[in-house]
Design a protein. Structure first.
Length: 270
Protein backbone atom coordinates (compact mmCIF):
# COMPACT_ATOMS: atom_id res chain seq x y z
CA UNK A 1 0.00 0.00 0.00
CA UNK A 2 1.43 3.34 -1.02
CA UNK A 3 1.87 6.26 1.33
CA UNK A 4 -0.94 8.21 -0.36
CA UNK A 5 -3.34 5.28 -0.03
CA UNK A 6 -2.44 4.90 3.63
CA UNK A 7 -3.05 8.61 4.18
CA UNK A 8 -6.46 8.40 2.52
CA UNK A 9 -7.37 5.37 4.67
CA UNK A 10 -6.50 7.21 7.87
CA UNK A 11 -8.48 10.26 6.72
CA UNK A 12 -11.51 8.02 5.97
CA UNK A 13 -11.18 6.22 9.32
CA UNK A 14 -10.81 9.48 11.19
CA UNK A 15 -13.86 10.93 9.45
CA UNK A 16 -15.90 7.84 10.27
CA UNK A 17 -14.74 7.91 13.87
CA UNK A 18 -15.66 11.61 14.15
CA UNK A 19 -19.13 10.88 12.72
CA UNK A 20 -19.67 7.98 15.12
CA UNK A 21 -18.38 10.02 18.05
CA UNK A 22 -20.68 12.90 17.11
CA UNK A 23 -23.69 10.57 16.88
CA UNK A 24 -22.79 9.02 20.25
CA UNK A 25 -22.51 12.45 21.87
CA UNK A 26 -25.84 13.58 20.38
CA UNK A 27 -27.50 10.33 21.43
CA UNK A 28 -26.11 10.68 24.96
CA UNK A 29 -27.32 14.29 25.17
CA UNK A 30 -30.77 13.22 23.94
CA UNK A 31 -30.90 10.44 26.51
CA UNK A 32 -29.84 12.65 29.43
CA UNK A 33 -32.11 15.56 28.44
CA UNK A 34 -35.04 13.20 27.80
CA UNK A 35 -34.59 11.49 31.17
CA UNK A 36 -34.43 14.86 32.96
CA UNK A 37 -37.51 16.13 31.12
CA UNK A 38 -39.44 12.92 31.87
CA UNK A 39 -38.65 13.23 35.59
CA UNK A 40 -39.65 16.90 35.57
CA UNK A 41 -42.94 16.15 33.79
CA UNK A 42 -43.59 13.28 36.20
CA UNK A 43 -43.11 15.55 39.21
CA UNK A 44 -45.35 18.17 37.61
CA UNK A 45 -48.11 15.62 36.96
CA UNK A 46 -47.84 14.29 40.52
CA UNK A 47 -47.99 17.80 41.99
CA UNK A 48 -50.98 18.87 39.90
CA UNK A 49 -52.85 15.60 40.51
CA UNK A 50 -52.18 15.76 44.25
CA UNK A 51 -53.49 19.30 44.53
CA UNK A 52 -56.64 18.63 42.48
CA UNK A 53 -59.76 17.82 44.47
CA UNK A 54 -61.29 16.01 41.48
CA UNK A 55 -58.57 13.37 41.15
CA UNK A 56 -58.55 10.42 43.53
CA UNK A 57 -55.15 9.87 45.26
CA UNK A 58 -55.19 6.26 44.05
CA UNK A 59 -54.68 7.35 40.46
CA UNK A 60 -51.73 9.70 41.13
CA UNK A 61 -48.92 7.06 41.00
CA UNK A 62 -50.34 5.60 37.79
CA UNK A 63 -50.62 9.03 36.14
CA UNK A 64 -47.02 9.75 37.16
CA UNK A 65 -45.74 6.49 35.67
CA UNK A 66 -47.67 6.93 32.41
CA UNK A 67 -46.36 10.47 31.93
CA UNK A 68 -42.74 9.53 32.69
CA UNK A 69 -42.53 6.40 30.56
CA UNK A 70 -44.41 7.88 27.62
CA UNK A 71 -41.63 10.47 27.28
CA UNK A 72 -38.88 7.93 27.93
CA UNK A 73 -40.10 5.56 25.22
CA UNK A 74 -40.08 8.40 22.69
CA UNK A 75 -36.57 9.38 23.83
CA UNK A 76 -35.26 5.81 23.51
CA UNK A 77 -36.65 5.51 19.98
CA UNK A 78 -35.02 8.84 19.04
CA UNK A 79 -31.67 7.70 20.50
CA UNK A 80 -31.77 4.42 18.58
CA UNK A 81 -32.63 6.27 15.38
CA UNK A 82 -29.66 8.60 15.93
CA UNK A 83 -27.37 5.58 16.29
CA UNK A 84 -28.58 4.21 12.96
CA UNK A 85 -30.88 1.49 14.28
CA UNK A 86 -33.91 0.82 12.09
CA UNK A 87 -36.63 1.90 14.51
CA UNK A 88 -39.48 1.11 12.14
CA UNK A 89 -39.04 -2.61 12.70
CA UNK A 90 -38.73 -2.11 16.46
CA UNK A 91 -41.95 -0.08 16.54
CA UNK A 92 -43.68 -2.76 14.46
CA UNK A 93 -42.54 -5.50 16.86
CA UNK A 94 -43.63 -3.46 19.89
CA UNK A 95 -47.00 -2.81 18.27
CA UNK A 96 -47.54 -6.49 17.53
CA UNK A 97 -46.49 -7.44 21.05
CA UNK A 98 -48.80 -4.81 22.50
CA UNK A 99 -51.70 -6.10 20.40
CA UNK A 100 -51.07 -9.69 21.50
CA UNK A 101 -50.83 -8.69 25.15
CA UNK A 102 -53.95 -6.57 24.84
CA UNK A 103 -55.95 -9.46 23.37
CA UNK A 104 -54.69 -11.86 26.03
CA UNK A 105 -55.53 -9.45 28.86
CA UNK A 106 -58.71 -8.00 27.36
CA UNK A 107 -60.84 -8.55 30.46
CA UNK A 108 -58.14 -7.20 32.76
CA UNK A 109 -57.60 -4.13 30.58
CA UNK A 110 -61.36 -3.48 30.62
CA UNK A 111 -61.27 -3.51 34.41
CA UNK A 112 -58.29 -1.16 34.43
CA UNK A 113 -59.99 1.24 32.01
CA UNK A 114 -63.19 1.11 34.08
CA UNK A 115 -61.16 1.63 37.26
CA UNK A 116 -59.51 4.71 35.76
CA UNK A 117 -62.93 6.12 34.83
CA UNK A 118 -64.31 5.39 38.30
CA UNK A 119 -61.31 7.05 39.95
CA UNK A 120 -61.37 10.04 37.60
CA UNK A 121 -65.12 10.74 37.50
CA UNK A 122 -65.85 9.37 41.00
CA UNK A 123 -69.52 8.32 40.78
CA UNK A 124 -68.78 6.52 44.06
CA UNK A 125 -66.17 7.03 46.77
CA UNK A 126 -64.94 5.13 49.79
CA UNK A 127 -67.39 5.48 52.69
CA UNK A 128 -70.44 6.24 50.53
CA UNK A 129 -73.60 4.15 50.56
CA UNK A 130 -74.46 3.05 47.02
CA UNK A 131 -76.46 0.56 45.02
CA UNK A 132 -75.04 -0.95 41.84
CA UNK A 133 -78.18 -2.10 40.06
CA UNK A 134 -78.46 -5.88 40.16
CA UNK A 135 -74.92 -6.31 41.48
CA UNK A 136 -74.40 -5.03 45.03
CA UNK A 137 -75.76 -2.72 47.74
CA UNK A 138 -73.70 -1.38 50.59
CA UNK A 139 -70.96 0.96 51.73
CA UNK A 140 -67.97 1.42 49.44
CA UNK A 141 -64.87 0.11 51.20
CA UNK A 142 -62.24 0.51 48.50
CA UNK A 143 -62.08 1.54 44.83
CA UNK A 144 -59.09 -0.05 43.12
CA UNK A 145 -57.80 -0.22 39.56
CA UNK A 146 -59.13 -3.76 39.06
CA UNK A 147 -61.79 -4.34 41.71
CA UNK A 148 -64.14 -2.42 44.00
CA UNK A 149 -65.10 -3.78 47.40
CA UNK A 150 -68.39 -3.13 49.23
CA UNK A 151 -69.46 -3.81 52.80
CA UNK A 152 -73.09 -4.95 52.74
CA UNK A 153 -75.70 -4.24 55.39
CA UNK A 154 -75.36 -7.77 56.82
CA UNK A 155 -71.65 -7.23 57.46
CA UNK A 156 -70.40 -9.30 54.53
CA UNK A 157 -68.00 -8.02 51.86
CA UNK A 158 -68.59 -8.31 48.15
CA UNK A 159 -65.97 -7.55 45.49
CA UNK A 160 -66.95 -6.62 41.94
CA UNK A 161 -64.82 -6.16 38.81
CA UNK A 162 -64.74 -2.51 37.83
CA UNK A 163 -66.12 -3.24 34.36
CA UNK A 164 -69.36 -4.55 35.91
CA UNK A 165 -69.74 -1.40 38.00
CA UNK A 166 -68.95 1.01 35.17
CA UNK A 167 -71.48 -0.74 32.92
CA UNK A 168 -74.31 -0.62 35.47
CA UNK A 169 -76.53 2.16 36.86
CA UNK A 170 -75.10 3.45 40.15
CA UNK A 171 -77.43 4.90 42.79
CA UNK A 172 -75.48 6.97 45.33
CA UNK A 173 -77.35 7.52 48.59
CA UNK A 174 -74.63 9.60 50.27
CA UNK A 175 -73.68 12.17 47.65
CA UNK A 176 -76.24 14.79 48.79
CA UNK A 177 -76.64 16.16 52.30
CA UNK A 178 -80.38 15.37 52.44
CA UNK A 179 -82.54 12.43 51.48
CA UNK A 180 -86.30 11.90 51.28
CA UNK A 181 -88.06 9.29 53.40
CA UNK A 182 -91.42 7.96 52.24
CA UNK A 183 -94.09 5.65 53.68
CA UNK A 184 -97.55 4.61 52.50
CA UNK A 185 -100.63 3.95 54.63
CA UNK A 186 -104.01 2.44 53.70
CA UNK A 187 -107.07 4.24 55.12
CA UNK A 188 -110.33 2.30 54.61
CA UNK A 189 -113.24 3.91 52.79
CA UNK A 190 -115.72 5.36 55.25
CA UNK A 191 -113.04 6.63 57.64
CA UNK A 192 -112.38 10.35 58.05
CA UNK A 193 -109.65 10.89 55.46
CA UNK A 194 -109.18 14.56 56.39
CA UNK A 195 -108.54 13.56 60.00
CA UNK A 196 -106.07 10.90 58.87
CA UNK A 197 -104.19 13.41 56.72
CA UNK A 198 -104.13 15.92 59.56
CA UNK A 199 -102.80 13.44 62.12
CA UNK A 200 -100.12 12.16 59.78
CA UNK A 201 -99.10 15.72 58.98
CA UNK A 202 -98.79 16.50 62.69
CA UNK A 203 -96.69 13.38 63.12
CA UNK A 204 -94.18 14.42 60.49
CA UNK A 205 -94.21 18.13 61.37
CA UNK A 206 -93.27 17.42 64.98
CA UNK A 207 -90.65 14.80 64.23
CA UNK A 208 -87.24 16.12 65.26
CA UNK A 209 -85.46 14.50 62.32
CA UNK A 210 -87.83 15.77 59.61
CA UNK A 211 -86.59 18.93 57.90
CA UNK A 212 -88.87 21.94 57.46
CA UNK A 213 -87.33 22.74 54.08
CA UNK A 214 -88.18 21.05 51.77
CA UNK A 215 -91.63 20.95 53.31
CA UNK A 216 -93.09 17.54 54.23
CA UNK A 217 -95.93 16.26 52.08
CA UNK A 218 -98.98 14.16 53.08
CA UNK A 219 -101.43 13.30 50.29
CA UNK A 220 -103.86 10.74 48.91
CA UNK A 221 -101.82 9.11 46.17
CA UNK A 222 -104.11 6.32 45.00
CA UNK A 223 -107.10 4.06 45.55
CA UNK A 224 -107.34 0.36 46.25
CA UNK A 225 -110.28 -2.02 46.34
CA UNK A 226 -111.11 -1.33 49.97
CA UNK A 227 -108.99 1.67 50.99
CA UNK A 228 -107.35 4.92 50.00
CA UNK A 229 -103.57 5.04 49.70
CA UNK A 230 -101.95 7.86 51.67
CA UNK A 231 -98.32 8.79 51.03
CA UNK A 232 -96.18 10.60 53.60
CA UNK A 233 -92.93 12.20 52.44
CA UNK A 234 -90.36 14.03 54.56
CA UNK A 235 -86.75 15.08 54.06
CA UNK A 236 -83.95 14.36 56.52
CA UNK A 237 -80.20 14.69 56.72
CA UNK A 238 -78.66 11.78 54.82
CA UNK A 239 -77.20 10.39 58.05
CA UNK A 240 -80.68 10.42 59.67
CA UNK A 241 -82.65 8.96 56.76
CA UNK A 242 -82.89 5.39 58.03
CA UNK A 243 -84.00 6.47 61.50
CA UNK A 244 -86.67 8.81 60.11
CA UNK A 245 -87.95 6.14 57.70
CA UNK A 246 -88.17 3.60 60.51
CA UNK A 247 -89.88 6.02 62.92
CA UNK A 248 -92.55 7.04 60.41
CA UNK A 249 -93.31 3.41 59.63
CA UNK A 250 -93.57 2.65 63.35
CA UNK A 251 -95.60 5.69 64.38
CA UNK A 252 -98.12 5.93 61.51
CA UNK A 253 -100.37 3.12 62.70
CA UNK A 254 -100.18 4.26 66.33
CA UNK A 255 -101.10 7.85 65.42
CA UNK A 256 -104.10 6.80 63.29
CA UNK A 257 -105.37 4.33 65.87
CA UNK A 258 -105.09 6.99 68.58
CA UNK A 259 -107.27 9.24 66.40
CA UNK A 260 -109.94 6.50 66.22
CA UNK A 261 -109.29 5.51 62.61
CA UNK A 262 -109.61 1.79 61.90
CA UNK A 263 -106.91 0.35 59.68
CA UNK A 264 -107.12 -2.65 57.32
CA UNK A 265 -105.31 -5.79 58.48
CA UNK A 266 -102.41 -5.29 56.06
CA UNK A 267 -100.47 -2.35 54.64
CA UNK A 268 -98.56 -1.96 51.40
CA UNK A 269 -94.81 -2.32 51.47
CA UNK A 270 -92.93 0.94 50.88
Amino acid sequence: MSESDLSKFFEWALGGFNAIAFDLVVALVLLVVGWVVSNWVGRLVRRVATRSTRIDPTIVPMAHSVAVWSIRVVVLVAVLARLGVQTASIIAVLGAAGLAIGLALQGTLQNIAAGIMLLALRPLRAGESVSVAGKADGTVDEVGLFLTRFKQSDGTFITLPNSLIWGSPIVNFSRHDTRRAEIQVLVPYGEDIDLALSELRKMVDTHELALKDPEPLVMVSGYRDNAMLVTVRAWAAASNWFELQNDMNRQAQRVLKAAGIELPPSRPRC
